[in-house]
Design a protein around this ligand. Structure first.
Ligand code: HEM
Length: 327
């Protein structure tokens, strides 16, 4: 989301007079989901339909010793796995400000022992839609009105009235400024996955990556004075001194947490350590330009849940890859 769009969306919050939801058709086919992203953010040659602005890094993933007691994932038997990482800003605007109050993304691909795992995380614990219909409607409501250069408040209010699931992530984003570093925010999978334990016992869990250091958001002063581009240099400075680390946990649901609704924040505070991601160096753009992180590329022992958003995420990523590598 760009600054203007993000500011307008935040200003709207969940308030506003509800008007009848727009009668606009919602194409929830895989191509329709990508079209909805392109319609809101524009199509930018060579760029991802979502999380367009970002850069690549490399590091390693070290599975935790006890991870296999929780989930029988052969990949976790490796001591260390090379990790290809991408940090990004949510939305399809490749020029989004690093100060914009939108989500930050952390994607990683680890491979070893004949298996691999793609993991895509964002910096808020809830997604902006519970279903593909709501995803398309959320984006349609935020297409910029050519007269004002901002989303039409009436359309956003109508979306909120019809899809309350679309109000939670904007409220979370409005509650704090943007992270002051890619290393100073936690990241969340939003979707739950099904982990197989020994003896075929399965359980749902979400993934959370907690930074080794403190969680820090921009101060009001930094929001005013920092340039729109600072996150990559900021991370490079940290990496020149030390790796940047995250501890990955499986978050367990509390009774009553919705297993299949990524737009809800889980209350469960039980967590099991899965390992540590150490980001060591930035990598050239080519290292991840032609790469697509796939939400359903899971290792043996971790399966997709029936979450309708997770299930809808397979093909759109491949479509976005094919569009951006053809342009
Ligand atoms: C139906 C729901 C969703 C759709 C249609 C969708 C679609 C997309 C698309 C098309 C891309 C660009 C892919 C590429 O060209 O490489 C993307 C990137 C991304 N998405 Fe989603 N997304 C959805 C839900 C989510 C959720 C729930 C998360 C939460 C973690 C998420 C996190 C990300 C991240 C982190 C990236 C950047 C990947 C990278 O660094 O290359 N998305 N998404």
């Amino acid at each position: 989301m760009n600054t203007t769009l993000a500011a307008a969306v935040l200003a709207l919050g969940t308030a506003g007079a509800a008007v009848a939801p727009s009668a606009q058709a919602q194409d929830t086919s895989s191509a329709g989901l990508v079209d909805a992203l392109n319609a809101t953010f524009g199509s930018h040659a060579g760029m991802r339909a979502s999380h367009a602005k970002g850069f690549c890094a490399v590091g390693e993933f070290q599975p935790a010793k006890g991870a296999r007691d929780f989930a029988d994932v052969p990949l976790f038997a490796q001591k260390s796995l090379p990790a290809n990482v991408r940090f990004s800003i949510g939305g399809g605007n490749p020029k989004a400000s690093d100060k914009s109050r939108s989500v930050r993304g952390l994607s990683m691909r680890v491979a070893g022992g004949g298996d691999s795992w793609d993991l895509l995380l964002i910096s808020e614990p809830a997604f902006f839609a519970a279903t593909p219909e709501s995803f398309v409607s959320f984006l349609q409501a935020r297409v910029l009105d050519p007269a004002t250069g901002k989303p039409d408040p009436a359309k956003v209010a109508a979306h909120n009235a019809a899809h309350p699931d679309g109000t939670r992530q904007p409220a979370l984003l409005a509650a704090h400024a943007a992270p002051s570093s890619y290393a100073s925010t936690p990241y969340f999978s939003n979707n739950a996955f099904v982990f197989s334990g020994r003896g075929k016992k399965t359980r749902h869990a979400r993934i959370v990556a907690e930074p080794f250091g403190a969680v820090q958001y921009l101060t009001a002063d930094e929001e005013k004075t920092l340039p729109d581009l600072f996150l990559q240099d900021e991370l490079a400075r940290r990496l020149a001194a030390d790796p940047v680390g995250f501890t990955l946990y499986a978050q367990l649901p509390a009774a009553g947490d919705a297993l299949l609704d990524p737009s809800t924040v889980w209350q469960g505070d039980g967590k099991v350590e899965l390992g540590r991601l150490l980001v060591k160096d930035l990598a050239p753009q080519e290292a991840c330009n032609g790469v697509v992180y796939m939400p359903l590329a899971l290792p043996a022992g971790i399966a997709a849940s029936e979450d309708p958003i997770l299930k809808a995420r397979g093909a759109p990523y491949a479509i976005s890859l094919s569009r951006r590598t053809k342009q």
